[in-house]
Design a protein around this ligand. Sequence first.
Ligand code: ATP
Ligand code: MG
Length: 251
Amino acid sequence: MNVKPDFSKNANLAATAPAFLSVYDMHAYYGESYIIQGISFNVHEGEILALLGRNGAGKTTTLRGIARMDDPQVTHGEIWLDHQHLHTMKSHQAAKAGIGLVPEDRSIIPGLTVEENLQLAQISEPVGWTIDRLYDLFPRLGERAKQEGVTLSGGEQQMLSIARALARDIKVLLLDEPYEGLAPVIVDEIEKTLIHIKEQGITTVIVEQNAVRALELADRSVILDTGSIVFDGSAAEVLENAELRAEYLAI
Ligand SMILES: Nc1ncnc2c1ncn2[C@@H]1O[C@H](COP(=O)(O)OP(=O)(O)OP(=O)(O)O)[C@@H](O)[C@H]1O
Ligand SMILES: [Mg+2]
């Protein structure tokens, strides 16, 4: 098994079966700081990919680069979603194209109820995820529809944040540490929802400190180390390989 950087397969990216989301030779900076140092990986339609690595490896930066946020500056590379080139887009255009970033801070809008938070997320007439359907997926949100979003518990806020992304009829869900600070029983609940979301055909990239939980959920995994990819393979392979986990995930 290869755990060293191996870009040989990435060099043939164009020749391989087209992926749903493709990152090709992405380089990204914060100001002068060179963070993402030429990464390439594919995410296939309907799969869950666990993007892992130690603190500071570049996971959040990668998600923000894909979502075309103003920071970091992606200076080189290509990002494709379902034949649309995201790399020429701004964040609002990438959102419209189907990217749903759920940031670590959960980004609930203060002063608005749960329902208003969801309504505001619906940029157009909902095609798939109506508010009723979101309440079916997250019954706790339905029960708290009139409560101010920022007063929800941590787990409920995470659910609202995911529901807000879905409300925009996204194709790809990018989750940055969705389990952070949550009790195991709430993690179980969110995990079940993520499985249901997958069954609806949505593609997910999950970044998580709780690597074992993420790997148990994921089909494949990409591991980053100081802005480069050191592993790209099945999630089961990472779970089975203690050496790899110790070296790059410290678990
Ligand atoms: N806004 C910023 N300005 C300058 N440097 C930044 C900024 N955000 C992140 N960095 C740096 O970029 C590197 C990668 O950060 P990133 O947040 O992507 O890591 P991460 O893998 O998500 O880590 P963690 O697991 O701690 O969340 C780190 O060295 C970090 O200090
Ligand atoms: Mg991070």
